[in-house]
Structures are given as structure tokens and as C-alpha cells.
Design a protein around this ligand. Structure first.
Ligand SMILES: Nc1ncnc2c1ncn2[C@@H]1O[C@H](COP(=O)(O)OP(=O)(O)OP(=O)(O)O)[C@@H](O)[C@H]1O
Length: 328
């Protein structure tokens, strides 16, 4: 299982061999990862991949039966109170107490967080155009998400966990949330974990990403290294046949056909440069790999050719619809 960095002293989160079952469902399967302090870390995966389960472990809401979890150098179970004071959390669920006014929410947060910064909360209220007198019930979904974000960040947490904060919000509300993340992190050097289906946003704000699929961590790397580690080859058949075919390169993945072109992602290496394609294949183009393409390629291959094998599968209709629902 891959880890992003090995130096545990500079890690905000260290997870080792974490496995979580819910009855027959294997929600997390031997997940190990490290999240460096000060980074914005994107957690990606299809619906039901295990993202929320992993985040709930970081919040001390699940107790690890197999594996270990360390957050800000502490156990989120044994040192829960201490850890929670240093974490800000915003989930996709609209779970704020709607009978409160914005002012009641910030006063409540002030009473539980010793490091609550009221001036910063006011500044964020002004920026988001939230009146302290407004009842949370009368705000739009986007307004409540902004109020939730203030509650999550105005105590200046060392670790901010955002579980799909943009889902169901309009582009302006999502942008507000992203701006707040960028400000919090770039100005103060704090760590953010950002679970999302919105790959463009993840590309825009994250330093590192991990892809979780069926409970397994199948990729973990700094976004800037995607280009150094992978390339995409576009192939055509010289016999002009448009028939489906297996991928001709064994360690490639994300084999995908569109009209009369096929594409695959493969690790950049001297080996890749020496590959001679068998007849009737011809490489017509080499492209940069975007985060979206890497995600699709990883998830498609895992779906179509079994959990661990890479490179030979065809995309099925089920995966195409699931991917298009999940990606934006
Ligand atoms: N408390 C629970 N009891 C039973 N099954 C659960 C529970 N929590 C999660 N699961 C199952 O574990 C798997 C992983 O769920 P999880 O919510 O972690 O996925 P996710 O990646 O966050 O999905 P989404 O993007 O849809 O929110 C799913 O199959 C889900 O049904």
C-alpha cells in the first residue's frame, strides 16, 4: 500500500493498515496513508468507495479494530477531546441546528473552542454576506454551507476536514468554500483534507491526492507529479477495424475506446519508451495525464479487470454510467 511521505514527524495524519467492515461490506481494506502537515489533500472515489468511513475514523467516530490512526500526533479515540479542538469539520449533510440564528451558532462555537476567533468569524460573515440575525432555517442550502464553514474554520483548526463540501451547491457557494480553504491554508499553513467528486476543483486547490476504490487506496501522489509519473498514449489500428480489443501493453491501465481511437495510461519510464506496439497498433499521439484521466483510468481498470490486475479490461456500460455520474 502506498504512502505519500515517510517522515512521520511532519505528518498531520498517519493511517496504517486500516480495515473496516460493516457486516458483509468491506468499507476499508488495509488502507495506509500519510498526509503532510500544511498540505491540501484531496480524497477521491466513486460513491460508496470508503471516503466518509476513512474521514469518520480521523474524527474518532469509528474505533479501528484492525490498523492504526494518528491525527495531529494523537489517537482520535483516546485523545478525542484534545484532537477535536484542533479539527474543523464540514460534511455534505445539512446538519446545522436550524432553530439557531447565525449569531447563536458562532456564540455556541465560541463556548466550545478555546481558540475561537470572533473577529475572523465576523469577517467571514461579512464576506459571505450572512447577517448575524438570520435564522439558519431561512438560509438557502448554500447559505447554511457557508455558516457551517465558518463554524468549521473560525477556531483556526490545525486540520480542516471537508467531506464533499461542494455537493449540491451552486458554483458561487462552492467557490466561496474554495476561497476560504485557500486563505486558511496559504495564509496559515494548516492542513486540509478535502473529499470531493469535483475533480477540477480538487486539481485547482489540492497539493496531494489519494484515490480510494472499493475500500482500497489505489493511488496516492502529489498532483504536480502526475505529469512526471504518467503519460497517455492514443492508439489507432492500421487495419482500420473498429472492433473492441484487449490492451496491447501489459502494464498500462485505463484502456478505453472512443470511435476509432484507443487510449491508455502508462507509467513514464525508459521501459515505456522502448515499447514496440504489435500489429495492428500504431501510436498517434502522447498526451499529458490530467487528474480526471488518471482517476477514470485507475477506477475503470479496477472495475473491469478485477481488483489488482492492470491493463486488459474493456469498459462496461455499468462503469460508464457510474463514472459520468461521479465525475465533473
Ligand atoms: N454505518 C454503516 N453501516 C453499514 N454500512 C456502511 C456504514 N457506513 C458505510 N457503509 C458502507 O460502506 C461503504 C463505504 O461507504 P462510505 O460512506 O465510506 O463511502 P463514500 O466513498 O463516502 O461514498 P459517497 O461518495 O457516496 O458518500 C458503502 O458500501 C456503505 O454502504
Amino acid at each position: 500500500m502506498s504512502e505519500t511521505r515517510n517522515d512521520t514527524t511532519s505528518q498531520a495524519v498517519v493511517v496504517k493498515g486500516l480495515t473496516q467492515r460493516f457486516g458483509e461490506t468491506l468499507a476499508l481494506d488495509d488502507v495506509s496513508l500519510s498526509i503532510p502537515q500544511g498540505s491540501v489533500f484531496g480524497l477521491l472515489g466513486l460513491n460508496g468507495a470508503g471516503k466518509t468511513t476513512l474521514l469518520r475514523h480521523l474524527l474518532g467516530l469509528h474505533q479501528p479494530r484492525i490498523g492504526e490512526v494518528s491525527v495531529l500526533g494523537c489517537s482520535p479515540i483516546k485523545d478525542r477531546e484534545q484532537v477535536m479542538r484542533r479539527i474543523g469539520y464540514l460534511s455534505e449533510e445539512d446538519s446545522l441546528p436550524t432553530w439557531m440564528r447565525v449569531r447563536d451558532l458562532t456564540s455556541f462555537c465560541q463556548s466550545i473552542y478555546p481558540r475561537w476567533d470572533e473577529a475572523y468569524a465576523k469577517e467571514l460573515c461579512d464576506w459571505f454576506e450572512l447577517s448575524p440575525d438570520t435564522k439558519l432555517r431561512s438560509l438557502s442550502k448554500g447559505g447554511r454551507a457557508r455558516a457551517g464553514l465558518i463554524a468549521a474554520i473560525a477556531h483556526r483548526p490545525d486540520l480542516l476536514i471537508l467531506d464533499e463540501p461542494g455537493s449540491g451547491l451552486d458554483p458561487i457557494a462552492r467557490d466561496d468554500i474554495l476561497q476560504a480553504i485557500i486563505r486558511t491554508v496559504s495564509v496559515e499553513g494548516r492542513t486540509v483534507i478535502f473529499s470531493s467528486h469535483l475533480l477540477e476543483e480538487v486539481s485547482r486547490v489540492c497539493d496531494d491526492v489519494a484515490i480510494v476504490h472499493r475500500g482500497r487506496l489505489i493511488e496516492s501522489l502529489p498532483i504536480r507529479e502526475i505529469d512526471q509519473r504518467y503519460e497517455e498514449w492514443i492508439l489507432r489500428r492500421t487495419d482500420s477495424s473498429g472492433e473492441q480489443a484487449a490492451c496491447p501493453v501489459s502494464d498500462a491501465f485505463g484502456w478505453h475506446q472512443e470511435d476509432r481511437e484507443w487510449s491508455m495510461v502508462l507509467p513514464k519510464s525508459s521501459h515505456a519508451q522502448s515499447i514496440r506496439l504489435p500489429d495492428p497498433w500504431q501510436r498517434i499521439e502522447t498526451r499529458h495525464v490530467t487528474l480526471k484521466r488518471l482517476f477514470e483510468a485507475r477506477v475503470r481498470t479496477q472495475r473491469s479487470s478485477g481488483r489488482d490486475a492492470l491493463g486488459s479490461g474493456q469498459e462496461g456500460p455499468e462503469s460508464a454510467s457510474e463514472l459520468s455520474e461521479s465525475l465533473s
